[in-house]
Design a protein around this ligand. Structure first.
Ligand SMILES: [Fe+2]
Length: 330
């Protein structure tokens, strides 16, 4: 098997700035858009960001229709050649504390997973460049984005959750999310995400405080971070240096750390942040026990696109041990 010898950088257009949501009507007028759909959900439809979009469309005399009962997974199929992501810190003002916490943990894990993913040159080389996967493994360009995202998360995450009026912290977390997005959009994520899908999908009756609606849910960022400490204890032996770099950025003293301790040191830092931001104590605290492990493993196996990017290969018995370890966070 020939190994990969190349990597690519893909990135969508991003516009960042206070108040840029107001520019949407002008953009669509420039594009000579005739009929515009505004897609949102019933919670966001009541909030200022959607009101600002609608005002901007009216001011620019754009014919539009609002659909306010849309599920995000349907939105993903609407594809257009020109995609522009609008990042407006003003739109984070109404984000509840728990939503800021779980989405921040998702960003944190995106950054560490993409930085510790299997290096691109350890993947098989495709026969033709067009077959090169979007998730290529860690590489020198994705590292830049992942590490910068991790630095900002380390500095601003707790502040952004604990003080919703700390606009500097919320602004930096929004940018960190997009930086980590470039990192993992090119390198990929691995086991914390691969294992998170059954954790969210098999939810029974867990209802986190601070989330709208009363249906059971394990929010995405929560299901990811609940697996993360167990995963990094497992993967560290494949690339201890990278685990120590991540731990150091998150505030650990690694000056005398041994390679064999890298996974524990990084996981301890994650657990400290999880405790500070009151994440439930492991999978048990969101309704699972050891009898669920075979089903959780089965639900992870279809996620091979990401699990094969684990820096340390995993089989079914490894996954079972990881879920067992993740039952308790600390
Ligand atoms: Fe994620």
């Amino acid at each position: 098997m020939a190994l990969e010898n190349a990597f690519e950088l893909a990135s969508s257009s991003i516009r960042f700035g206070h108040g840029v949501t107001r520019e949407i009507g002008m953009d669509l007028a420039e594009m000579q858009a005739k009929r515009v759909m505004v897609l949102t959900d019933p919670n966001l439809a009541k909030l200022q960001p959607v009101a600002t979009v609608l005002e901007s469309l009216r001011e620019n005399r754009i014919f539009h229709k609002l659909f306010d009962r849309v599920a995000e997974r349907d939105v993903g199929r609407l594809r257009h050649r020109r995609r522009l992501r609008i990042l407006d810190p003003e739109n984070t003002r109404s984000m509840p504390r728990q939503v800021a916490a779980t989405s921040g943990f998702d960003v944190l894990s995106h950054a560490i997973e993409s930085f510790t993913a299997l290096p691109f040159h350890q993947r098989p080389r495709p026969e033709r460049p067009v077959l090169r996967p979007a998730y290529q493994g860690s590489n020198p360009i994705s590292d830049v984005w992942s590490l910068e995202a991790l630095r900002w998360v380390s500095k601003y995450f707790v502040r952004a959750v604990e003080d919703p009026d700390d606009l500097e912290a919320r602004e930096k977390m929004q940018l960190a999310a997009s930086y980590a997005g470039v990192g993992f959009g090119n390198a990929g994520v691995h086991l914390p995400h691969g294992m998170s899908y059954p954790v969210s999908g098999m939810v029974r009756d867990f209802r986190p405080e601070g989330f709208p609606g009363d249906h059971p849910i394990v929010p995405h960022g929560m299901s990811v971070i609940l697996n993360a400490p167990a995963v990094f204890r497992f993967t560290a032996e494949a690339c201890p240096d990278r685990h120590l770099i991540a731990a150091e950025i998150l505030g650990a003293d690694v000056s005398r750390a041994k390679s064999a301790d890298a996974g524990r040191i990084l996981s301890d830092r994650l657990v400290a942040i999880m405790q500070r931001l009151r994440v439930p104590n492991g999978l048990r605290a969101v309704g699972y026990d050891n009898s669920d492990i075979p089903a959780l493993v089965k639900g992870t196996l279809p996620q091979a696109r990401v699990t094969k990017l684990s820096p340390r290969p995993v089989d079914e018995s490894d996954l079972a041990h990881l879920f067992e370890d993740a039952m308790r966070g600390w």
